[in-house]
Ligand binder design. Sequence first.
Ligand SMILES: Cc1ncc(COP(=O)(O)O)c(C=O)c1O
Length: 481
Amino acid sequence: MERLLDKLIENRESGIYPYHMPGHKRRPCGGLGHEIFGIDITEIDGFDNLHQPQGILARLQERAARLYGAEESYYLVNGSTAGILSAISAALPRGGHLLMARNCHKSAYHGAYLRGLELTGLFPPVLEGYSCFDAITPGQVWNALDADPGIQAVLLVSPTYEGRISDIRGIAEIVHEKGIPLIVDEAHGAHLGLAGEKPENSCQAGADLVIHSVHKTLPALTQTALLHVNGSRIDRERLRRFLRIYQTSSPSYPLMASIDNALCFMEEQGKGAFRRFEEGYGKMLKELESCRRLCFLPWEKGVQDVGKLVISVGDTGLTGRELYDILLRDYRLQLEMAGDNYVLAMFTINDGPEAYERMSRALLEIDRAQPQGKRPQSADRAGWFSEGLAAPGISLAEAWDMETEEAELSCCVGRIGGEFVNLYPPGVPVLVPGERMTSALCEKIQGWMDQGLTVQGVERRGDRIVGKVLKNVQGYGADRG
Ligand SMILES: Cc1ncc(COP(=O)(O)O)c(C=O)c1O
C-alpha cells in the first residue's frame, strides 16, 4: 500500500519547483534542514485535501479505520483536542445535556463551554493508596442515566492518564439501551486492540465516537491523533462540519505522514514490537517487586494499561515531587508527571531494554536508600473535587463569561470559581468555572504550589496566591465541602 512519506520524499526529489505555500519553499533555513522542510508541503496536485479527501488521504483514513475496527476514521493534526471538540459538538445539540466523567481533559470542558452544554458530572472512584481516579464503572453510568432521562450523550476517558481502563463494552450496552451515543476519549489508548492484541479498543467495544492521540503511546509526532466513528447515532456530515471548524485549514503533511508511518509500523511489525514491549515491561515490574517502600500499580490487562508505571512513594517519607526530582537529578530519568504521593513514568513500544534497566536500577537503589519515612501520605489528588459540576446552579458556559475578580486563596473558600484551575500535567481541571471553591480544594492548591507542582489558573504573588472568582456572586459563604 502507498505510503505518504514515500510520496513526500519523491516529491522533494522530483525537481518540481514549489510556487506555493509554505514559505520555506522546501529549502533549509537556520538550524532546520532539508529533512523536515523538504517534505512539508500544502495541498498540491496528487496530495489530496484532508477536509475533502478523495485520494491518498481518503485511502489512509480507510486503512486507519480497518486497523482500529471503526467504520470511519479521520486524521487529526490538532491533537485529540480537535477530535474531542468535534465529537462533543456533533453528538449533542447546542445547549444539550452531557453526562461527563469529572476526570475528562480540559478540551472536553472547552467543548461544553463552546456549545453551551449542561453537564452532569460522573465522579470516578478514587484508587486507594494512589489518590488518583480509578475507572468509571458500568454501574455508575447506569445509575446516572437512570436518574436523569434528559441526558443526550455520555463522555468518558479510558484509559485514564494513569492507565485505568473502563469496561467500555459493558458501558456501551447501557448507553445504547437509552438510545444515546457514547464518546470515549481514548487519547491514551491508541495502542489498544492493534495487531490483534487484547484489551480491545473502544471502537471494537462498541463506542460511537473514539478519539486517539497517536502521539501519546505510538511512535508518532506530537499533535497527531485520530477520530473514529461507528453506527448511526452520529450524523457524519455534522461531524465533518465540526472537524472543518476545529482543525486548521493547512494540515501538516509531515504530521499526517507520521500517523501513516506509525500505523504502518503497527500493521507490519506491531505484533512483535508489542510482545517485546510486554516482555520488557513485565520483567522490570518483576524486578521492582523487591522494593520495600515504593509501591507500584500492578499491570493487569483490561484494568491497568501496560506502560503506565504509577509509582507510589509508599512510606519512604518522600513526596511525589521529591521522587521525581531525584530521578531526574541523580539518574537523568525524566518522568511524565509528579503528583502528591506518586509519580508517573510512561513506557511505549518504542522503548528499548535501556528504558527498563535504567528505571529498575534507579528505583531499586532509591528504595534501598530510604529509611522508613515519617511523613504521613494522606494527600489526596482526587477526593477534594467539588461534589458536582456547577453545584451552585451556574453552568460552565455561563460562568466562564461572567465578570470575575481576583481574591487571595484563603478568601476564595465558599466563592464560585471564575477560571479553570489545572494541576498540570495532565490538564484535568481541579476547578471548573461555576464550581464552588471548598476549603479542601484551596488547601490542596496551596500545598501543590508549596511543593513546586505546576498549578494553572492561580498565580503566586510574593507570599500570596491569587485566584479568580465570580464578581458579585457570593456562593455559599460557609464551606460545605
Ligand atoms: C485524557 C486526555 N484527553 C485528551 C488530551 C488532549 O490530547 P492532545 O494533546 O492530543 O490534544 C489529553 C492530553 O494530555 C489527555 O490527557
